[in-house]
Design a protein around this ligand. Structure first.
Ligand code: KIV
Ligand code: ZN
Length: 397
């Protein structure tokens, strides 16, 4: 077993399925190129049977991507599989991803199939997919709410039929990290042919545990993690790619794993997705939110300006940002304000800094964040100059 975890990105499929995130063909092609640059191992490009547009887009992505594998999703029916196979056939590294639900609740109410029928459909789908493609992934939808003994049976059958990856989705985001870890361990121990396939996980974030569940799974033998940029996906989203990758990267001292991701492309990928979908990222989102590397509190600003490691566990540059952000607000101290004004071209005496500080805290009480143009006005009022030009104004303090 390699300790390089495969990153399977499903932004263009599960991510796109979430309300407000649909993308057109050219937007998907742009994002697919960025995902390849990011170094993900597999790009799930869409669900080809869903529409003619989805089919055409998966086909085009398959034609332009050369480094990452390109996967098309399908249910276990013949037409689904044939359509997915056609959509990815030109890919340098094609993958067919077929799935069927294995939980009692899904089998009874959604599929109206018995356990034996689900096993039969699994074998049929995997064998059919393998007739088109050497790389076939099988997912047991709602695996985390399935009877583990049945799951072992389905996975054994899928691998015997030729599945090269088996995926364990926590479809409804119900699992707890230690429980999900146990499930993965159980699969490793009870599926006799498990070493013939890559063991994958796919976690949803309904309880905010998708990343934790994915990491517990990795600790317990998962070799592939399915995730999305900015954590988008059905309902509360999927496990966030940037959080998983940076957790593995930042805590190498605790987890002996790596990924093939070029972490410096994380921020550009996040921004591109936000730009394309018109949906910004929440400011406090880990790794890629506006505040992830921003500091407003005086004590923090002082520490970060002296040595970023005081309050930053990874560098902004490592995820593709050019620098951290010192935000001037009511919690900021004189030290950070002086540094900020210096960066803006002002050289201040101690007295000037004190009075600038007073004006800034007064303003910050009213408007939360003090922007650069506010600082310019404050300096201009202090120095009685109507039309401020920072460099010219610097008086040598
Ligand atoms: O959440 C899920 O179960 C899925 C499968 C299709 C893998 O998205
Ligand atoms: Zn999903």
């Amino acid at each position: 077993m390699s300790n390089q975890i495969k990153i399977f990105d499903t932004t263009l499929r599960d991510g796109e399925q979430s309300p407000g995130y649909s993308m057109n063909e050219s937007e998907k092609l742009r994002l697919a190129r960025q995902l390849e640059k990011l170094g993900v191992d597999i790009i799930e490009a869409g669900f080809p049977i869903a529409s003619e547009g989805d089919f055409q887009t998966v086909k085009k992505i398959a034609e332009i991507i050369t480094e990452s594998s390109v996967a098309g999703l399908c249910r276990t029916t013949d037409l689904d599989i044939e359509t997915a196979a056609k959509a990815v056939e030109k890919a340098a590294k094609p993958r067919i991803h077929t799935f069927i639900a294995t939980s009692d609740i899904h089998m009874k109410y959604k599929l109206c199939k018995s356990r034996d029928e689900v096993v039969e459909s699994t074998i049929h789908a995997v064998e059919k997919a393998r007739s088109y493609c050497d790389d076939v992934e099988f997912s047991a939808e709602d695996a985390s709410r399935s009877d583990p003994e049945f799951l072992y049976r389905v996975f054994e059958a899928a691998i015997s039929a030729g599945a090269t990856t088996i995926n364990v989705p926590d479809t409804v985001g119900y699992a707890l990290p230690w429980e999900f870890g146990e499930l993965i361990k159980g699969i490793r121990e009870n599926v006799p042919n498990i070493s013939d396939a890559v063991l994958s996980v796919h976690c949803h974030n309904d309880l905010g545990l998708a990343v934790a569940n994915s990491l517990f799974a990795v600790q317990n033998g998962a070799e592939q993690v399915e995730c999305t940029i900015n954590g988008i996906g059905e309902r509360a989203g999927n496990a966030s790619l940037e959080e998983i990758v940076m957790a593995i990267e930042t805590r190498k001292n605790n987890m002996d794993f790596t990924t093939g991701v070029n972490t410096r492309e994380i921020y550009p990928a996040s921004q591109l997705l936000a730009e394309i979908t018109g949906k910004g990222v929440q400011p406090n989102k880990a790794i890629v939110g506006d505040n992830a590397f921003a500091h407003e509190a005086g004590i923090h600003q002082h520490g970060v300006l002296k040595n970023p490691l005081c309050y930053e566990i990874m560098t902004p540059e490592s995820v593709g940002l050019t620098c951290n952000k010192i935000v001037i607000g009511k919690h900021s101290g004189r030290f950070a304000l002086g540094k900020k004004l210096e960066d803006m071209g002002y050289k201040l005496s101690k007295d000037e800094l004190n009075s600038a500080y007073k004006s800034v805290t007064r303003l910050a009480d009213e408007k939360k964040i003090v922007k650069d143009h506010d600082l310019t006005s404050i300096m201009s009022m202090m120095r009685n100059q109507p039309n401020p030009e920072p460099q010219k104004m610097a008086s040598g303090g």
